[in-house]
Design a protein around this ligand. Sequence first.
Ligand SMILES: *Cc1c(COP(=O)(O)O)cnc(C)c1O
Length: 448
Amino acid sequence: MDSLLADPGVDALVDRYGRETVKRSLRNAVDRARRATDGNGARDPASLLAAAEDDLVTRARPSLTSVINGTGVVLHTNLGRAPLAPEAIAAQTRAAGYGNVELSLETGARGSRYDHCAELICELTGAEAAVVTNNNAAAVSLVVNELAREREVLVSRGELVEIGGTFRIPDVITRSGSRLREVGTTNRTRVGDYASALGAESGLILRVHPSNYRVEGFVERPTVEDLAALAASANVAFAHDVGSGLLSKELLPGFPEEPTVRGSLRGGAGLVTFSGDKLLGGPQAGIIAGASDLVKRLKGNPLLRAFRVDKTTLAALEATLMLYRDPELASRRIPTLRMLRESLVSVESRARTALPHVSAAGVEIEVARTGAVVGGGAFPGFEVESAAWVVKGVDPEPLALAARRQARPLLGRIVDGAFTIDLRTIAAGDETEAARILSACIGAVRDE
Ligand SMILES: *Cc1c(COP(=O)(O)O)cnc(C)c1O
């Protein structure tokens, strides 16, 4: 052991992994070699060192790692939703060190972390004031807790949604210290239903965008304007959880109707809440924009401290929002928008250009039309025409498993019994790497 530790090759390992860790891996390598040779075989230092290094590399592999998204789901919650714009990644890295998070550089006195993005949010949405939390679930909880604690929140029965398995509007309202007052029916709720539910106990009218499902047929619900007018006449607050955070319809031409933040505020919502990492294309965050008196109350609520947004998130959010000052720049630089807007011709051409890099002799891979989806609960049922590599004649389950086990995992979908890699969600420039990984997986599955 001592002679192994004295080997000149060990110093670099110790520098990188630490002496105790290196010792443990060496000891494991020696033990394994002893067992393999019944205690008396040859154990040359070079192969022991190599075995120890393999062990070190494996143990140092992070649990959370970068993957290639070939699923065709743009905002894939399991894959971290929105990939950040380069500007946001740079800002996040800068903010990782010391920064003026809660310091006014003008006065040298204490500042507020909530000031950093607020002006930009107001500029982009038309709001008077804004505050940022660590996600939209926190934003909704904060709004309900502040505006309707121990009082009633009126929600249409058609909007009592569950989002992502654990965020259920009725539960959020109860846990935030309020009582749910259901209004109307699943498919039809009218202003009159809200009016008759209003009373001395009412604290808030909450409209929730049913982002991840659609009721079709005999459906009716009041406009934001109608609800705003009713809430104002009853002197009750009105908040709109729009979910996705689309800043303007022009950003996604040809997509179905989706409420925009500005539209909802203009329609009279006192507060609008939305996610940072859905259609906005930024980091995980919750944004609350609206009337300054209401935002001021939220800032005084102690729960805001528990929902506090991190400095690197704020930096990434600010950089993302800055891109929106020029919508053309936003649609070019923000990956979520770029992926959703890329023409079918362009996706298909990327699929064809990179296909020769998939070397899989005897296996047929074709470029086929698919339907990508927005994901993240936005635009349910809506498909964006896309193009994919479809691997024919290889058992898809083992292939998908092999692809997940690569050093950089490649995620695809199994469609009609074939492993399918959608190119819309693979960034331009990553196709060749995806092709190389796919080749390795096909090889691995065939060798088994
Ligand atoms: C996604 C969503 C939420 C939850 O937002 P997170 O940022 O995931 O916490 C809340 N409400 C609506 C309408 C949503 O679509």
